[in-house]
Design a binder for this molecule. Structure first.
Ligand SMILES: Nc1ncnc2c1ncn2[C@@H]1O[C@H](COP(=O)(O)OP(=O)(O)OP(=O)(O)O)[C@@H](O)[C@H]1O
Length: 341
């Protein structure tokens, strides 16, 4: 991405909220008849780790592309770092770093050469370049690989190098679109070590992911479905919104226990093995439940809502139902159906 000189322009402070580093207002994107994004609004505060989740075809990439100035909104507006994505795209690009799924490094160049090339594109003053390269490589734990050809790096190292490169021009916002997709758990956690270090550096992170354990790291999560925002809050608040804790109990006589508990006012469902009781606060309810069952309790297990439950609640689908085993054809059919809605 070449950042050339756009006429001097100032951040659009009149409109961007003073506390928001990203502000999207009624963003819309149509591709012909396809309404990919249908009026999405949200804001991201400085230093936040903001996760964007949604099923396949929900509109995540389209939204991120509009924020990164890679796609022009059909309607609505957005500012990033105070600049309008449609009217001041070059300014926006100066203040953002991008790590997308596709590798964009040159495999025939060394790690340092790739970074130096990026420094030229972003017009980083020459005398600052060595120190910046050293800093970003240390951040992603690649200090000793500066002279290695990128072609010789593992998938995880390449991804960490992409992050390092995206940070070289000191962006205010780092966009990570599925940064760990297809990588093994150990490599994913290495990448996350680097990402989480950024939290102390006042870099705002806008992330899309399919991995719920990664979304747990977010300060806030937005869920998008069929091009619309269906939820946006902290992981804890979203889980609380989904509702009650569930306690699974197996008793000496489940039918009798169910009757007694229902009479005592509990929300009880029969499960394939035992009973499931929904309570607002599982930890407090356990003791009362054991005595209230009226018969001997042989097993008891508490289940707190997870982000998977949250995702299911808001989208009606499991987060990872597309993986594994969904064929390309099935994915395409699903996208087609999503477009028709
Ligand atoms: N260039 C395009 N032309 C036509 N339709 C498009 C185009 N880009 C995206 N779409 C459609 O817009 C909708 C949203 O797509 P988008 O790629 O933003 O979803 P997503 O949430 O990123 O999905 P995934 O997780 O599969 O990447 C889908 O129905 C998709 O088929």
């Amino acid at each position: 991405m070449v950042v050339d000189s756009e006429p001097r322009s100032r951040p659009d402070a009149s409109r961007a909220g003073p506390r928001s580093v990203i502000e999207a207002s009624e963003l819309v994107k149509r591709f012909g008849d396809v309404r990919a994004v249908r009026g999405v609004s949200f804001d991201v505060r400085p230093g936040e780790l903001f996760a964007f989740l949604g099923p396949n075809g929900a509109g995540k990439s389209t939204t991120i592309n509009m924020l990164c100035t890679l796609a022009r909104p059909t309607a609505g507006r957005a500012t990033v770092a105070g600049y309008d994505v449609a009217r001041q795209p070059r300014r926006v690009r100066q203040h953002i770093g991008l790590v997308f799924q596709e590798q964009t490094l040159d495999p025939q160049l060394t790690v340092e050469e790739n970074l130096r090339f990026h420094a030229v594109l972003y017009r980083i003053p020459r005398r600052q370049v060595p120190e910046r390269i050293e800093r970003v490589l240390a951040l992603v734990d690649l200090t000793d690989r500066g002279r290695s050809l990128v072609a010789t790096l593992s998938g995880g190292m390449s991804r960490r190098l992409e992050i390092a490169r995206a940070l070289l021009h000191e962006p205010r916002v780092l966009f990570l679109d599925e940064p760990t997709v297809g990588l093994d758990p150990q490599t994913r956690s290495r990448i996350w070590e680097s990402v989480l270090k950024l939290r102390d550096r006042d870099v705002t992170i806008f992330l899309t992911t399919h991995y719920m354990d990664e979304a747990e790291n977010a300060d806030r999560i937005a869920i998008i479905d069929h091009g619309e925002m269906v939820a946006c809050d902290t992981p804890a608040a979203l889980k609380a919104e989904v509702g009650a804790d569930a306690i699974d109990v197996v008793t000496a006589d489940d039918d009798a226990a169910k009757e007694t508990l229902v009479q005592a006012g509990y929300d009880v469902r029969s499960a394939s093995h035992g009973l499931r009781v929904y309570v607002p606060d599982g930890e407090r309810a356990v003791a009362d439940l054991v005595t209230g069952a009226g018969v001997g309790v042989s097993q008891l297990r508490m289940h707190r809502p997870t982000l998977d439950d949250v995702f299911m609640h808001f989208t009606g689908r499991a987060m990872r139902e597309d993986e594994p085993g969904l064929t390309e054809l099935e994915r395409n059919v699903r996208n087609l159906l999503a477009r028709r809605r």
